[in-house]
Design a protein around this ligand. Structure first.
Ligand SMILES: CC(C)(COP(=O)(O)OP(=O)(O)OC[C@H]1O[C@@H](n2cnc3c(N)ncnc32)[C@H](O)[C@@H]1OP(=O)(O)O)[C@@H](O)C(=O)NCCC(=O)NCCS
Length: 123
């Protein structure tokens, strides 16, 4: 059973300006995410925009907007590069047994993310 769906767009230029702002990065992203972003070279801003869109997409899918600690929704990647959420803290409790699915894309000026919530007993 599907319990929530969220879609978000993030302008890449907005993130370009924030790439060197460690206060911003450290507030919303984990060390591993920061390393991943910076390892992407010319695509760093696009990747960062995708990670930010992933937070907003999750907030929409949960129906709570950005009313959660964004660092608790870390985005990791499989060996093939596919993104997935690794939750922690209160957010992990809030999502409970539900499964989260995430897809990210970026092209031109924008990055996009879609989050789907399936099953579980409490969201
Ligand atoms: C998946 C793939 C086709 C996307 O290519 P693209 O259209 O140029 O990329 P988009 O801008 O739309 O999306 C990029 C995002 O896709 C996601 N992604 C990367 N590899 C992925 C994969 N194997 N499965 C799902 N998502 C993937 C990442 O979040 C990536 O963002 P990042 O580079 O900032 O980390 C390409 O990365 C690829 O060929 N990967 C390896 C082959 C593979 O496993 N394909 C599976 C899908 S058939």
């Amino acid at each position: 059973m599907y319990k929530g769906l969220g879609l978000d767009l993030c302008e890449i230029a907005r993130m370009e300006k924030l790439l060197n702002d460690d206060r911003f990065l450290s507030r919303f992203f984990t060390e591993a995410e920061k390393e991943y972003v910076l390892s992407r070279g010319k695509s760093s801003a696009a990747t960062l925009a995708g990670l930010f869109a992933a937070r907003e997409a999750l907030g929409k899918a949960l129906g709570c907007g950005l009313d959660f600690d964004l660092k608790e929704a870390e985005v990791c990647h499989t060996d093939q590069g596919a993104p997935y959420y690794r939750l922690s803290g209160e957010l992990k409790d809030r999502v409970g047994n539900s499964r989260l699915f995430l897809s990210i894309s970026h092209d031109g000026d924008m990055a996009a993310a879609v989050c789907l919530i399936e099953g579980g007993s409490e969201t």
